[in-house]
Design a protein around this ligand. Structure first.
Ligand code: DO4
Ligand code: MG
Length: 293
């Protein structure tokens, strides 16, 4: 069971459920409306959505024909870092000019009880599938980060899973860790989508395959696949650190870190197409633009 948002031919924003074959309209325009509706009915979102599917006639459109939007207007997107060995190695490389035998704060945070969690994005900076993600004009080393995203309630419950792209500037991040917000946050530096898969319909979130493909002039220039079974942390552990003495909102997204890093000589260029796929959720596709274009 996946939740999507889209804009119809009359330009109206709608939320819908798709069970892979049919599309069912939801009351309200956002995933956050579902959270409140289910709460008012005293049922889980999954139960509430199943009831709608049973009672309603499907919409006549096919998902492929829709102009999809972000699946939730996440008020905040947070991200965990260095949660996979591959990310730890990549950060060590950029922070030490390739001297991989130096012990860094990335090694420390990989092993520490407290994970790295940073603020990534707001609704205004977050785009959906088929939208443009931007690269910065003051960086020469930029990559997408393919991540599983947890969709949370204000109480810190994990309600569903989405795909996230934590666009990152490796040169800015590697120059000085205090530059992290600049290496991570700018206009259109985060994308999420194309859908939210409700937790009840995922057998094992620690066995999800994540693939990333980057196309330049329609030719594939990078491709890799990893699995959430390589994650060092548990999702509830990450959420408990995020929620500690904090305020969360319905629809907050927590990205869980990347396990796919392109080779050291790779940087994104305008017009590249990035596809991040988790089969249970879909394919998050973005075209690269520059703030100047
Ligand atoms: O510490 C830098 C950021 C790490 C990150 O974004 C990741 O591991 O995905
Ligand atoms: Mg990341």
């Amino acid at each position: 069971m996946r939740i999507i948002r889209f804009r119809d031919r009359e330009n109206t924003v709608m939320a819908a459920i798709t069970d892979d074959h049919e599309l069912y309209r939801l009351e309200g325009q956002d995933f956050t409306d579902l959270i409140i509706q289910a709460e008012n009915k005293n049922v889980s979102i999954f139960e509430w959505v199943s009831e709608i599917v049973q009672k309603q006639t499907p919409l006549p459109s096919a998902v492929e024909e829709l102009k999809l939007l972000v699946p939730v207007k996440a008020p905040e997107v947070w991200a965990a870092g260095v949660t996979y060995q591959r990310s730890r190695e990549a950060r060590n490389f950029e922070a030490t000019d390739g001297k991989m035998d130096v012990h860094t704060f990335y090694d420390k945070v990989y092993a520490a009880d407290r994970p790295e969690i940073f603020f990534k994005s707001t609704a205004a900076r977050t785009v959906g599938t088929n939208d443009t993600v931007y690269i910065r004009s003051d960086s020469d080393w930029q990559v997408p980060e393919s991540e599983l995203g947890l969709v949370l309630s204000r109480k810190g419950d994990i309600l569903g899973y989405t795909i996230g792209n934590d666009m990152s500037c490796r040169d800015i991040e590697g120059e000085n860790p205090l530059y992290l917000p600049q290496a991570k946050i700018w206009r259109n530096s985060c994308s999420i989508g194309p859908a939210i898969r409700l937790i009840e319909s995922v057998k094992n979130p620690y066995e999800l395959q994540i693939s990333c493909r980057i196309f330049r002039n329609d030719v594939i220039v990078f491709e890799d696949t990893a699995n959430t079974n390589q994650l060092k942390r548990r999702f509830d552990e990450l959420v408990s650190y995020l929620a500690q003495d904090n305020i969360l909102f319905d629809g907050t997204v927590l990205l869980t870190g990347t396990c796919i890093v392109p080779p050291e000589d790779f940087t994104l260029l305008p017009k590249d197409r990035i596809e991040i796929e988790i089969p249970e959720i879909g394919i998050l596709t973005n075209i690269v633009g520059s703030n100047l274009s």
